[in-house]
Design a binder for this molecule. Structure first.
Ligand SMILES: *Cc1c(COP(=O)(O)O)cnc(C)c1O
Length: 361
């Protein structure tokens, strides 16, 4: 059973990447590992436009998302909520026993910089979380506008989830003043799941050093100590780190600007094609994601039937809507290694499957 994933994560992984994983193990305290770890830093830092370190965590992104909140919240964290992942972040902060405020928007609406300003101006908060690209509803907030507001509150540590946008578009961490940037392996990176990334600012590390209850596995201070020796705190997922090395070589060969332009072009190609079939984008106009499209099911088609046809006849899968949007939206990823040809082929399959898909009453 083999089919290609066009869901927004995990996404298809290239044969080159899979082969890179199948290498002999090395000790994680060996000079070989240190050389491997250190060889990855320039590529990762280039992707984040940062001089800060980029840690490798053997966890999915949620590990670091939870860990970051525990590392830097002393007073109270403001969770900006506009989709499934950002909503859950508030729940996670509360489960960690952190005082947490909820700044809620409807799913598909971007995080509102002025609302953030009003909340932070209360002085109640010393940390904030938001998601750059809310994968659940395909909504991309205005990162520069949000960071321009947050920078005016120097006591507030910013934790930014770029899980589904990192590497697909420029995210200038240092210039924007992002304190903790988090990403994961199975979205725009097109690696298998299980590895995540975190780049902390000096301010974030200072805050962590003064914060109780950081735990061990996601303690930023532990990460930093080990990073300085070219290592991770505990035994990392070495096969995925081999895969990351291979992927960073691919990214370098393509060129960052070309990579970003490719994602924008393919995203627009999907949008234009599906619009022509009579569908609309779900998120607010002007805030559509560049790595996936979340379409409103304005034609009321049977998405389960559509996906069944896509899978059985065309050997591919799209997403039929996340959580409460199931059946109401569908999402198509253009992350990772997709090309004009693979996207065109997917759209042709979509067109053919759509033609035999019934509408719901
Ligand atoms: C997928 C995703 C996550 C969660 O990632 P896991 O790898 O499941 O921990 C968090 N945030 C965003 C924006 C995502 O797309």
């Amino acid at each position: 059973m083999s089919y290609k994933l066009f869901i927004p994560g995990p996404i298809a992984v290239s044969d080159k990447t899979l082969r890179a994983m199948a290498q002999p193990m090395i000790g994680h305290r060996s000079t070989d590992f240190v050389a491997l770890y250190q060889s990855l830093q320039p590529g990762l830092q280039a992707l984040a436009y940062t001089k800060d370190p980029v840690y490798l965590s053997t966890s999915s992104a949620w590990g670091l998302m939870e860990g970051a909140v525990r590392n830097v919240t002393r007073k109270k964290v403001l969770n900006c909520m506009n989709g499934a992942f950002s909503d859950k972040w508030n729940d996670v902060a509360l489960r960690c026993g952190k005082p947490a405020g909820a700044l809620k928007s409807e799913w598909g609406q971007p995080v509102d910089p002025e609302a953030v300003r009003r909340e932070l101006a209360t002085g109640a908060y010393d940390a904030i979380t938001f998601i750059h690209n809310e994968t659940s509803c395909g909504c991309m907030s205005d990162l520069p506008a949000l960071m321009a507001v947050i920078r005016q509150f120097p006591d507030v540590i910013s934790i930014v989830d770029t899980v589904s946008s990192f590497s697909a578009m420029p995210i200038r961490k240092d210039e924007l003043g992002i304190d903790i940037l988090i990403s994961g392996s199975q979205k725009a990176f097109a690696l298998p799941p299980g590895l995540s990334f975190c780049s902390p600012s000096k301010r974030a590390l200072d805050r962590a050093a003064a914060t109780e209850g950081r735990g061990y596995y996601f303690d930023l201070i532990e990460f930093q100590k080990n990073h300085e020796n070219g290592m991770t705190p505990s035994t990392p997922v070495i096969p995925l780190i081999y895969a990351l090395k291979s992927k960073l070589e691919d990214i370098k060969a393509e060129g960052l600007d070309q990579r970003h332009a490719r994602h924008a072009r393919l995203n627009q190609a999907v949008r234009d094609f599906i619009f022509a079939k009579g569908f609309k984008l779900f998120p607010r106009e002007g805030y559509g994601s560049v790595t996936l499209n979340c379409f409103a099911n304005t034609q009321n088609i049977d998405l389960a039937a559509l996906n069944k046809t896509l899978k059985s006849k065309h050997k591919l899968v799209i997403d039929g809507g996340y959580g409460k949007l199931k059946g109401k939206t569908f999402r198509i990823s253009n992350m990772g290694d997709e090309t004009d040809e693979t996207i065109a082929a997917m759209l042709k399959s979509f067109e053919s499957a759509l033609a035999e898909t019934p509408k719901l009453a």
